[in-house]
Write a protein that binds this ligand. Structure first.
Ligand code: GDP
Ligand code: MN
Length: 399
């Protein structure tokens, strides 16, 4: 789960990281009012979306008057901010953050990520702040400083000093750098984050080290341990298909293709997607409905897959170990009676009570295409989909 910049700053400030004074606003008037409350004569208005690259896309504006703040935030509110991280559909701006502007002397990149190769938290830093890390690693790979943390002892002070030295931090500011790094590391581990990124971390003209931007991502599977973090979820920033799935307790990842997949088991779901691609199709989603799928759950899965307007054919692939094929078949029949599905539906059942399951599908009188093996199922799905397309039938998902 991602959180907004202003939320990440509040979290990190709680771990001793210095952040600028700022306030959140839900309207242009409130933004101007917040700036007056903050005081000073220069502010930065920042669109709050779950994506980086806002600066280049018009989502960060430095302002020096009330009118400038009203204008800047009026342009931001309600817009779909498109950055290189959002995809072409962009992300809606419903909150802006107003901060006192900082006199910047230099910008540094700082990131903490989980490095799967070393199985450690890795600190990545560069004196080339302000640029995206992808660009830094392409253009200035030598500027990147890396350090891994031994989990049993945590991030040691000498490591932080080493990083500060390699970044060319003035010795007078080393202690601030140590505090910033250790604060980020503690926030990362204590809150089960998978990523903390401060870009830029700045040295101000008066010698302070301040997080000018902040991003944090958390491990979804650990959120139950951190109710104060899960509370920060903002569904307006998530893929609506995935948000709906999360609400229904289904394990779903939206993709760009048009073959909807309903599968039990994550491994089988992955294999199903691969086989669809092998047969010349593109999966619209990953969906694992879980081991003990009841007819209600199968019906829910159908509704979810059909709510994706891109879906033009559906493949149901169930291997019943814990589950029973007859229950799944009942679920499919029930779903197809409740929800209008005017596109090819292919069902492949295997495992416990498979004969009974096949009978239920056959007896239903519904135009279900059946298959026995996975490759046959994928080929029939892609075949049926191409056939409908070639006949010029306008297939539309009904939600
Ligand atoms: P991002 O583009 O989404 O990563 O948004 P950032 O918060 O990183 O802001 C983009 C850029 O705006 C930064 O790299 C800075 O150069 C500039 N910026 C942001 N806040 C301030 C500020 O308080 N003062 C000044 N002078 N520039 C700022
Ligand atoms: Mn940034």
């Amino acid at each position: 789960m991602d959180i907004h910049e202003y939320q990440a700053k509040e979290v990190l400030a709680g771990f001793g990281v210095t952040v600028p004074d700022g306030a959140l606003a839900y309207s242009p008037e409130q933004a101007a009012y917040r700036a007056r409350e903050l005081g000073g004569d220069r502010w930065v208005v920042k669109a709050q979306v779950h994506a980086g690259g806002r600066g280049k896309a018009g989502g960060v504006k430095v302002c020096d008057s009330d009118v400038a703040i009203l204008d800047a935030s009026e342009a931001m509110f309600g817009m779909k901010l498109v950055t290189h991280q959002t995809g072409p559909e962009g992300k809606g701006v419903y909150r802006v953050y107003v901060e006192a502007a900082m006199p910047i002397s230099r910008e540094i990149y700082l990131g903490l990520v989980l490095d799967r190769t070393t199985q450690r938290v890795m600190i990545v830093a560069s004196a080339e702040g302000g640029m995206e890390i992808e660009d830094i690693s392409a253009d200035k790979p030598d500027s990147i400083v890396r350090a891994t943390v031994e989990p049993a002892v945590g991030l040691r002070e000498f490591q932080c000093r080493q990083i500060a030295f390699k970044l060319g931090i003035d010795p007078a500011q080393t202690q601030q750098m140590v505090r910033t790094l250790q604060g980020c590391y503690r926030a990362f581990t204590e809150l089960d984050a998978t990523m903390v990124e401060i870009n830029p971390l700045v040295v101000t003209e008066d010698g302070r080290i301040v997080a000018l931007d902040a991003k944090m991502t958390f491990d979804d599977n650990a959120l139950f341990r951190h109710p104060q973090i899960s509370e920060l979820r903002d569904k307006s920033q998530e893929d609506p298909r995935e948000a709906r799935a999360a609400d229904r307790g289904l394990n779903y990842v939206g993709l760009d293709g048009n073959i909807g997949c309903i599968v039990n088991g994550a491994g089988l779901a992955m294999a199903t997607m691969d086989t669809i691609k092998l047969a010349g199709g593109e999966p619209a989603n990953f969906l694992d409905i879980g081991g003990g799928a009841t007819p209600e759950r199968v019906a829910k899965a159908f509704r979810l897959v059909l709510s994706d307007q891109k879906v033009e054919a559906i493949l149901v692939n169930i291997f019943a170990g814990i589950n029973r094929c007859d229950w799944v078949a009942e679920g499919v029949v029930q779903a197809l009676r409740e929800v209008e599905v005017n596109m090819p539906v292919i069902v492949r059942l295997a495992g416990t009570n498979v004969e009974e399951g096949q009978k239920i599908l056959a007896r239903s009188g519904l135009p279900i295409i059946r298959a026995t093996t996975l490759s046959e199922a994928a080929e029939r799905t892609v075949g049926a989909w191409k056939n409908e397309l070639s006949q010029g039938i306008k297939i539309r998902a009904m939600s």
